[in-house]
Design a protein around this ligand. Sequence first.
Ligand SMILES: [Zn+2]
Length: 287
Amino acid sequence: MDGPQVKALAHRLSVAVWGHRVDRVDVPVDRWQANVLLKHCAGHRVLRIYSHGCWLIWNFEHGVSWLCYPVRRWSWEILKAGGTFIREPMAWVAGATTVAARSRGRPLIRSRLDDGREIVLSGRPLFLTLLTPELWRHPHLADIGPDPLADELSMADWRFRLRLSEKSTIARALLDQRVMAGIANPWKCEILHAAGVHPATRAIALNSGQIQQLAVAAQACLTKAYRHYLGDEQPGRLCAVYDRAGEPCPTCGTAITVDRSGRDGHWTWYCPKCQRADGEALLFDDW
Ligand SMILES: [Zn+2]
């Protein structure tokens, strides 16, 4: 699950639920410790559903919010009154680069709306019920970085965030949620390729031109991913380098290569010609 995917989910849920009142909240007693705050959302309208990085956030009118994070597989479904699906694509599950309809798992929370429809969350996400004014003070969110899809980020913001990272290379820094929220491994590879930055470049050694290119590439790649998850047709292939080892780079034709970012790091696919290592790059063993 990545930021663009959760943002697309938030958009679809928002369109379906916005302005409606949640009349009832059901929680299986054998699976979930019923939470007083959670149950008290019954009878209140949903003001806003949005995302920040991989967090899905529901704001209710009475100052309470739901926060959900897809630690493991989850699915959200909207059921017509009577329990039948509105249509198949109304279910979303975590996947590498797809948002696919899947059969329902065991429901975790069933919320019935004032028009009889039900929103069903299944799976095993992290789920918190918090007072809205205290939301961003919660330890899970207090240190999270800005979401490039939600926040207007300047060059200075990018430089500042990259300096915050304790990760030595840009490939690892981009996945650090305290630096930027919502960038998953496929989009990390795509952003670095679009910016022409070698994945082993030291994060704090990027020059102004490289930071500018990264900022532009992040906006473009994440927006493209978001539109893909919304179901918009995208010209060309979705991923230029991710999971394409040995295939020709779409820019220069050189074979795409793959390396692991450090001993416990993620694989990074990149073009050795478009993303040349400069003098500041680290040896791969030192990532
Ligand atoms: Zn290339």
